[in-house]
Design a protein around this ligand. Structure first.
Ligand SMILES: [Fe+2]
Length: 426
């Protein structure tokens, strides 16, 4: 059968099959570690249409490997259960009809343990097949690993949203192991000049990248400065105290309409001086970066501060010389909450901690084209009405990020670990 998928527009993995197999195994293990404390009920509930049950994430990532690698590239492989394609296809029109996203929480069967049995079956089959797979299939394994890492972050943020609905305020990881900044107060924010002129933007080396990070191209940067760190909770409290949520002149029209319609007066998960975390309710940490804010809130705060959001190109030009594996990122299952920068030298927390809203629309770079087949639906079809976020968060698995990495959400969405770094014109 001719392959239905073509990942050739995703940058290739340069790794040997042995290294790829190791990373595949580690990634699959981390997903299971993240749900180790969950009951079947915890893993099955869905708190809103944007979020998915933990069990669904475990299943959907398995469907991805089984469909695009085992089914398409391993002769004689038969699907573990051919009904699962309907249940666990997310949005791939080329893969046929699927269960409605808002109804994922109604799937009490298959159980969490059934899904884990399927995962083990697919893992064994893939590890067995991997050494003999063609290079194209290795690229698809890499895509599957990167895809599962994205879902690990979503699993955590979806779980946080779910547990926040419970008046008991349950913790995924207990309060004794909760994390907080080592400093009590935020340090003064500084302005760091950015490079002006023409900058090369987009993915340009041999490693893996998603299709939307290319083609590499030139962008013009006007004279500007970036804030030395993301906006802190303490600064956000000042915005609130100054009537930021009640001053329409600070807000975009759509943002003001959203604030009014939803009754928004603080970041998500805030209640007075407390905030809900994956370790339950905690005191708000004034030195830590503010998180769970929408694009609308980020933009209004920037207006209040006499600044603006950075463009994604300003952010990338500054990040290109930094280590994308640095900063506060996800290393293992455990408490996840951003903390204050460890020092105040230069640009801090460019990677990890909180995703930084930019003022850039998620649109194709010049010359972009989606890959043919189902994986071409990965990013390209979402390039409408969303804004780019950069830099990753404390819930992003370490090793997943790059300077060219583009995340994207709708301007009202804020259940991810979203924050903001200010910029200004010079
Ligand atoms: Fe997915």
């Amino acid at each position: 059968m001719a392959s239905r998928t073509d990942a050739s527009l995703f940058a290739q993995s340069a790794e040997t099959p042995h290294l790829l197999a190791q990373r595949f195994g580690a990634t699959r293990r981390l997903s299971l570690d993240l749900v180790a404390t969950l009951s079947d009920a915890d893993a099955s509930a869905q708190s809103m249409p944007d979020a998915s049950p933990a069990k669904w994430h475990l299943a959907h990532t398995t469907w991805f490997f089984e469909t695009f690698i085992l089914r398409d590239h391993v002769a004689g492989y038969s699907l573990f259960d051919d009904r699962y394609s309907f249940l666990f296809n997310s949005y791939y029109e080329a893969e046929g009809p699927r269960h409605a996203r808002p109804q994922r929480g109604l799937l009490t069967r298959p159980s969490l343990s059934d899904i884990c049995i399927w995962r083990a079956h697919v893992d064994t089959a893939l590890q067995t097949a991997l050494p003999d797979l063609p290079p194209l299939a290795h690229t698809l394994v890499e895509l599957g690993i990167q895809h599962e890492q994205q879902h690990q972050e979503l699993l955590l943020t979806d779980l946080k949203h779910l547990f926040a609905q419970n008046p008991l305020g349950p913790a995924v990881w207990n309060a004794e192991t909760a994390i907080a900044s080592e400093v009590a107060q935020f340090s003064a924010m500084k302005w760091i000049d950015g490079a002006a002129g023409i900058a090369a933007i987009g993915h340009g080396d041999d490693g893996f990248a998603f299709d939307c990070e290319a083609p590499r191209h030139d962008a013009l940067l006007t004279p500007h400065a970036l804030a030395s760190r993301p906006v802190s909770n303490g600064e956000w409290q000042q915005f609130i105290a100054d009537g930021g949520y009640h001053t329409p002149s600070l807000w975009l029209s759509d943002g003001w309409a959203w604030v009014q319609a939803e009754g928004i007066d603080a970041p998500a998960y805030w209640d007075g001086d407390r905030q809900f975390t994956l370790s339950g309710w905690r005191d708000i940490d004034p030195a830590a970066p503010v998180t769970h804010i929408s694009f609308f809130e980020a933009d209004a705060f920037a207006s209040w501060a006499g600044a603006r959001l950075p463009t994604e190109f300003e952010w990338e030009a500054a990040a290109a010389v930094r280590d994308p594996a640095s900063g506060q990122q996800l290393d293992a299952a455990g408490p996840v909450q951003p903390v204050a920068p460890a020092d105040d030298i230069g640009l801090q927390q460019m990677f990890g901690s909180v995703w930084e809203w930019t003022g850039s629309a998620f649109r194709p770079y010049p010359g972009f084209r989606a890959a043919p087949g189902a994986v071409g639906e990965y990013n390209g079809k979402f390039m409408s009405g969303q804004f780019v976020l950069r830099g990753g968060s404390c819930a992003t698995p370490r090793g997943h990020l790059r300077a060219s990495y583009r995340n994207f959400f709708y301007p009202h969405q804020r259940w991810q670990f979203t924050g903001v770094r200010l910029a200004k014109d010079l």
